[in-house]
Write a protein that binds this ligand. Sequence first.
Ligand code: 5GP
Ligand code: ZN
Length: 134
Amino acid sequence: MIPAVVRRALIRAYGNFVMKKSGCIFCQIIAREKPAVIIYEDDRCLAIEDLHPMSPVHVLVMPRKHIPTLKDGTAEDEGLLGYLLLVAARIARDKGIVDGGFRTVINTNAGAGQTVFHLHVHVMGGRTMRWPPG
Ligand code: 5GP
Ligand code: ZN
């Protein structure tokens, strides 16, 4: 296991190049090698409760396929990427955060706040969201 401080420094310096599938914590969650609160799963994706929620509802929707960042998606992933958004909207409905408004976020690369290099959609709600985000 790489210490968190080293991991963060590596991500800052090398981005997703160092975080290959074998060291990917979301792949480990998908493989049931690491615990998580899984609230939805099917043959294409998984949705888990964020470990450090930034809003009363904070869910992460991720493909089973290891795609490090949004920019790594290819034409082959077109349907999958759209599907993640449909699942995100369904989770928002199930969590009762549609009427109050909810936010879907995909951070791409460290400069935008990405810390886990396995593509995921944040689904956040249950509080007022400010714009622009910091
Ligand atoms: P990012 O910063 O890459 O856009 O989002 C990564 C998210 O994953 C963060 O909100 C962080 O709290 C969450 N996270 C990081 N490690 C874990 C983990 O081991 N389990 C869960 N459930 N969430 C995690
Ligand atoms: Zn992965």
